[in-house]
Design a protein around this ligand. Structure first.
Ligand SMILES: Cc1cc2nc3c(=O)[nH]c(=O)nc-3n(C[C@H](O)[C@H](O)[C@H](O)COP(=O)(O)OP(=O)(O)OC[C@H]3O[C@@H](n4cnc5c(N)ncnc54)[C@H](O)[C@@H]3O)c2cc1C
Length: 496
């Protein structure tokens, strides 16, 4: 196994796409699960902190070590099996999502979870319960994890198969490969109905595997994952529509969301039934106009949608969409419409470019972006959107807002120019999280809490609930070695 200690060779691991900075003594590059097991056994004995790293595209500093060692998943990158008959895949964690999806699609199958940045590792998307544009129709990563091999912080190993182990009376019991009985008291905190990945997953009678999905590298190392695949959509209509009036774009989104929800189970592909529904505000368009000169000068907002179609339904589907666009004053003349893969990819790239340009901007200007990841119930979305924009404008901060509006989840990225503005943005961030929670939403719909947002967890959960989560972690990791600094402030471990 390669172990690197020379700081100049490992400094890439000291940050992620959030620009959060850290440090560590060594990075280990295991090639098999047995090596991971041994690293954890040794670290547990020596009480060395261990941080698991994916590809570093995370936006919360979760893979960034504050000390100790890092286990890189870079060399655990085999696609072990793609079973076309039973529609599943078995992979190691370090497989790049884009490569995996492309391969699966070449076999006529489909793996829907599509975070905008597809240069991430699939293992990390499971650790984060990541989601993306198509989560609007297909749900988050969690819905596609059928089984996982997990190496616990003390080196014990367990294979959890969905459907095999459920919690009883809020106690989750399972047996490791060596025969050790693990019994965990589940924290019984309420979970919002929205997309959500803040803190540990909890549902009465929950499946054991769900505890590890979205646990941000704090409960165990996912060394092998079995993922559900589905049939590839026949063809996809993809379109970006520009609106002169932002309110028209938001009303369009509301109508598409409601129609799509009511047509979800229909086989009629001509009906409005979006796979993804994404929003871009005026500032997003300004960020992009230099590179994408086709963006109309008068546009103040845009919406990107995708919908499955086939040869029979294509014309009627297009008519139905045009009717809805016209009704909401979308500009049909300047609309970008694609029914082939090449053009669809361009639209996907456009969506990615916005997120990426923000990341580039914060790195180039060496500023710390303060970006929300809040989601609210659909019936509260317009009210919440109005609240966040009014708040940021009245505080005079630069911002850009875009994202997964289909799921009532947009990212308001505040771009403070100096320390004073940064501190102001953090205050506003806390306020926007509180508002989302007040509306029965979440402080994190997809990025997780990591290190950057751990001191906001108490906006979502009360002291007792956080302590219960911390105690659950302690039960699996009594020496507190794994993913320390993620999700919890360390003082939550001290108290009972
Ligand atoms: C431009 C841009 C757009 C983005 N868009 C989206 C989006 O639309 N939706 C979304 O959900 N996210 C998005 N992200 C965030 C990011 O891509 C996801 O969080 C992704 O899952 C991180 O993957 P990674 O491989 O880079 O993981 P890293 O950042 O390296 O790690 C993330 C977490 O996973 C843990 N981890 C990694 N591997 C394992 C393992 N084998 N076992 C246990 N824990 C593990 C790490 O400890 C860490 O806590 C975006 C990021 C960027 C830069």
């Amino acid at each position: 196994m390669i172990i690197k200690t020379d700081k100049s060779e490992i400094m890439d691991f000291f940050q992620d796409a959030s620009n959060f900075k850290g440090d560590c003594d060594a990075v280990y590059f295991p090639k098999e699960a047995e090596e991971v097991k041994q690293i954890l056994i040794d670290a547990n004995k020596n009480r060395t902190h261990v941080t698991i790293s994916g590809n570093g595209t995370g936006l919360t500093g979760a893979r960034v070590p504050e000390d100790g060692i890092v286990i890189s998943t870079n060399l655990l990158n085999k696609i072990i099996e793609i079973n076309e008959t039973n529609k599943y895949a078995v992979i190691e964690p370090g497989v790049i999502l884009k490569d995996f999806q492309d391969l699966v699609e070449s076999k006529g199958l489909f793996y829907p979870p599509d975070p905008t940045e597809r240069n991430c590792f699939v293992g990390a998307t499971v650790a984060n319960n990541s989601s993306g544009a198509k989560t609007f129709k297909y749900g988050p990563t969690r819905d596609y994890v059928e089984a996982a091999n997990i190496i616990l912080p003390d080196g014990e190993e367990v294979y959890l198969n969905r459907g095999d182990v459920y919690a009883v009376d809020n106690i989750l019991s399972f047996i490791t490969k060596s025969g050790k009985l693990i019994k965990l008291n589940l924290p019984a905190h309420p979970m919002p109905e929205t997309k959500h990945t803040a803190g540990y997953y909890y549902k009465p009678g929950m499946d054991a595997i769900d505890l590890f999905i979205g646990s941000e590298g704090t409960l165990g190392f996912l060394s092998e994952i079995k993922l559900k695949l589905i049939d590839l959509p026949r063809n996809i209509l993809s379109s970006i529509i520009f609106f002169d009036d932002e309110m028209d774009a938001l009303n369009f989104i509301t109508e598409v969301r409601e129609s799509s929800k009511s047509n979800r189970n229909s086989n009629d592909l001509s009906l409005i039934n979006a796979l993804g529904l994404e929003f871009f505000d005026n500032n997003s368009l300004k960020f992009m106009i230099e590179e994408y000169t086709q963006i109309p000068q008068t546009a103040n907002a845009a919406v990107w949608f995708e919908q499955e179609i086939d040869d029979v339904s294509e014309e009627e589907a297009l008519n139905n969409w045009m009717e809805l666009i016209e009704k909401n004053n979308g500009d049909l003349e300047t609309a970008w419409i694609a029914t082939n893969e090449k053009d669809r990819t361009k639209f996907k790239d456009f969506r990615h470019a916005i997120s990426w340009k923000v990341t580039e901007y914060i790195t180039r200007e060496n500023v710390r972006k303060v970006g929300t990841d809040t989601a609210v119930p659909d019936n509260k979305f317009l009210e919440y959107y109005d609240y966040i924009i009014t708040t940021v404008k009245s505080n005079g901060l630069n911002y850009i807002c875009y994202g997964h509006a289909g799921n009532s989840h947009v990212h308001l990225n505040m771009l403070p120019k100096n320390e004073t503005e940064y501190l102001k943005a953090r205050k506003i961030y806390a306020d926007l999280c509180s508002k989302a929670v007040e509306m029965k939403g979440t402080i994190s719909a997809e990025h997780g809490i990591g290190k950057l947002k751990r001191n906001f967890l108490n906006i979502m959960f009360n002291e007792t609930e956080i302590k219960e989560m911390a105690q659950l972690k302690k039960a699996l990791d009594p020496n507190l070695i794994l993913g320390i600094g993620n999700i919890f402030e360390t003082n939550y471990f001290d108290e009972k």
